[in-house]
Design a protein. Sequence first.
Length: 260
Amino acid sequence: MPELPEVETVRRVLHERYAGKTITAVALGRPTFCRKPSADTLRALTGARISAFRRRGKYLLMVLEGRGEVVFHLGMSGRLTVGGESPHVRFQFWVGTEEVRFHDSRRFGRVGGLLPELGPEPLEALFDADYLWKTLHGRTAPVKALIMDQRLIAGLGNIYATEALHLAGIRPGRAGKSLKRGEVEKLAAACRKVLQRGVELGGSTLDDESFLDPLGRPGRMQKHVKAYGRDDCGTCGSPLLDAKKSIGGRTSRYCPACQR
Ligand SMILES: [Zn+2]
C-alpha cells in the first residue's frame, strides 16, 4: 500500500512532467469502478491547465488553474501510470498526446471527493516530540496503531511505522501511554528519518502488490528495511517475532533484542 514516500515519488514524476500543461481529454474506464469521479470532477478536468501536483499525507492532489483540486487516493493497490497496459484502468486523461492512467486491481482507490481530516506529517515543522508526546499521552491503544492513524499523524502505513518503531527500539504492541519521554523523542526522530529515507530512495517495492512509479520504475527502500517483511533483524540478526495481536488488521514484526 502506497505510503507517504511512494505517493511523493509519484507526485514528483507527474509534477515534473505535467505542471503547466493542459488536459486535452478525460475518459472513464470499466464501469465496475465504484468510486468513479463525479460528473463535476470530469467537467472540471477537461481543458483545464494543471498548475501543480501536491501531496497531503498519502493523498495526491492535482491542482487545476482556477478550478480547484482533484484528490487521488491510491488505496491499497491504485497506480497512476504514463501509458502502459493494465486490465484495470478506471480512469484516464490525456495531456497532449500522453495518456495518464489510474488503475486499481482492488478498487479501494478513489478519484475526486474531499480530503479527509489529517494530522501533521512527520516531515513538517508542526510534528515534533512535543506533538507526539501529547498524541500518545493517556492512550491505551498500541503505539503502532496510533502512529498509523492518519487523523493523528499523516503519512505512515505498515512499512514505515514498522521501520520507525524498529529504529526507535520500541515494540509495536506497547500502549501509547507507556512510552517514556526519551522514547517519544527517539520515535519522533525515527518517523522523520524513515520517511525521509523512503523519499530519497523513491519508495519501497516489496509486496505482492508492488509499487512502481508512473514510469514503471521500482523504488529502492526495500534494500534498506531492517524489520518489515524480513525474517531476521537487519541490525542484530535475531529472528524477528510477530506481535501476538494484529494491529489494524496487520501483523507487526519486531526484534525481541533491539526493541523494548
Ligand atoms: Zn535486532
